[in-house]
Design a protein around this ligand. Structure first.
Ligand SMILES: Nc1ncnc2c1ncn2[C@@H]1O[C@H](COP(=O)(O)OP(=O)(O)OP(=O)(O)O)[C@@H](O)[C@H]1O
Ligand SMILES: [Mg+2]
Length: 363
């Protein structure tokens, strides 16, 4: 089928059951559900949840923005978050916004137990930092990056977009669906991207809606499973399958792609968490042994919650004087747990090993 073939009119959800519950899909759903359940269990064993969430969310903000060619480094990001500066680059700002949008979405989902169309609008607004909102002027089309050829035309009429969005959010919030939540995740992500309700930021907003959906369905307790890295790695396939579903109204390959993304990413995240936990345990032992006088569990945990630390953080966490806080950090540098770096007038103390672990990409 040629690229210019007319696409199916976007149908309301849900799709016919037989199209989204093939034997192959059901088998893969079991594998993906098991991997995700294992991740949920392992995440629970981490004593300090903030530590886990911070590191993983920042990495996700970076990866997800990278799909949109917003390239930043962990180092720049952490510095932007740790040191107040008058001006930060537009790229850093976008990634910082993405991170904020995940957290506000997470708190909203937790508080309300559901998401409204207006919440989606706020999330997108926070991401792109403008108030254009839902598309009301026609002209948005999806093009092939390389050839410039139009591959898909989303609905153009505002009333139609709103109708599709209402249907989308009703399906998103249903708790009586007979389909597995992971199959629904795949269906919903396709539908959201195909409605393409905004002028920009549809991909990133859709990826945030994915994690919130997993949380609302109790598949994970904290926002630590992200498909962005998998999507970057398999971007041509991701685009090809969205397209194929638009044009052929055929769901199986798309759903399989998303299910495999969940399985693969869950396993990768389990490895990452396990490595973080081992590093935390080893660091505790090292400080206890080599600097017994300054050892405090909260001090070590702080270095994992804030891998770029500074005196102020230690002062407020441990309730000690600046002088003592400074001495602790220097001593931790001496025994090789931290590395210091001057940024402007401030000295940051970096948990380098943790940074290395959290920035490992999917293989
Ligand atoms: N044929 C298609 N059908 C439906 N959705 C598509 C198709 N091709 C691409 N998309 C979606 O459009 C998104 C890009 O839209 P947009 O530029 O508004 O989002 P973004 O967040 O700015 O970009 P990105 O997702 O690249 O980070 C892609 O992430 C993808 O999910
Ligand atoms: Mg864009």
């Amino acid at each position: 089928m040629g690229q210019n073939a007319p696409h199916h009119k976007l149908e309301l959800l849900p799709p016919p059951r037989e199209k989204v519950e093939t034997i192959e899909i059901l088998r893969q759903t079991n594998r993906s559900t098991a991997a995700l359940a294992e991740l949920k269990g392992i995440a629970k064993t981490i004593p300090n949840q903030a530590m886990l969430i911070n590191a993983i969310v920042l990495q996700e903000a970076k990866d997800s923005s990278e799909i949109e060619n917003i390239i930043t480094t962990q180092d720049e990001l952490y510095k932007a978050l740790t040191v107040k500066r008058a001006s930060i680059s537009a790229e850093i700002k976008e990634v910082v916004n993405y991170r904020k949008a995940i957290f506000s979405g997470f708190h909203l989902a937790k508080e309300q137990g559901f998401i409204r169309v207006n919440d989606i609008v706020s999330i997108q607004q926070e991401l792109v930092d403008n108030t254009a909102g839902i598309r009301s002027t026609p002209g948005t089309v999806l093009k092939n990056d390389k050839t410039g050829e139009v591959v898909y035309t989303p609905p153009q009429d505002k009333a139609e977009i709103l109708e599709l969005l209402t249907n989308f959010i009703n399906h998103y919030n249903r708790n009586d669906s007979e389909l597995s939540p992971l199959i629904n995740l795949a269906i919903l992500h396709y539908q959201f991207e195909s409605i393409h309700p905004f002028y920009d930021g549809n991909g990133r907003t859709g990826r945030i809606l994915n994690i919130l959906f997993l949380i609302l369905n109790d598949l994970i307790d904290v926002p630590i499973l992200y498909l962005s890295s998998y999507i970057i790695k398999n971007k041509p396939e991701y685009y090809r399958l969205l397209n194929k579903t638009n044009h052929e109204g055929e769901w199986e390959n798309w759903i399989m792609f998303m299910l495999k993304a969940v399985e693969n990413t869950s396993k990768h995240t389990i490895m990452k968490i396990t490595t973080i936990k081992t590093l935390l345990d080893n660091t505790i032992i090292k400080v206890q042994k080599e600097s017994p006088k300054i050892y405090r569990k909260e001090l070590v945990e702080l270095l994992f919650e804030q891998p770029y630390s500074k005196i102020d953080f230690v002062v407020s966490r441990l309730g000690v004087e600046r002088k003592a806080a400074s001495r602790y950090l220097k001593e931790l540098e001496e025994i090789g747990v931290l590395e210091s770096q001057k940024v402007g007038r401030e000295t940051l103390y970096i948990n380098k090993e943790l940074i290395e672990i959290t920035s490992v990409r999917l293989k």
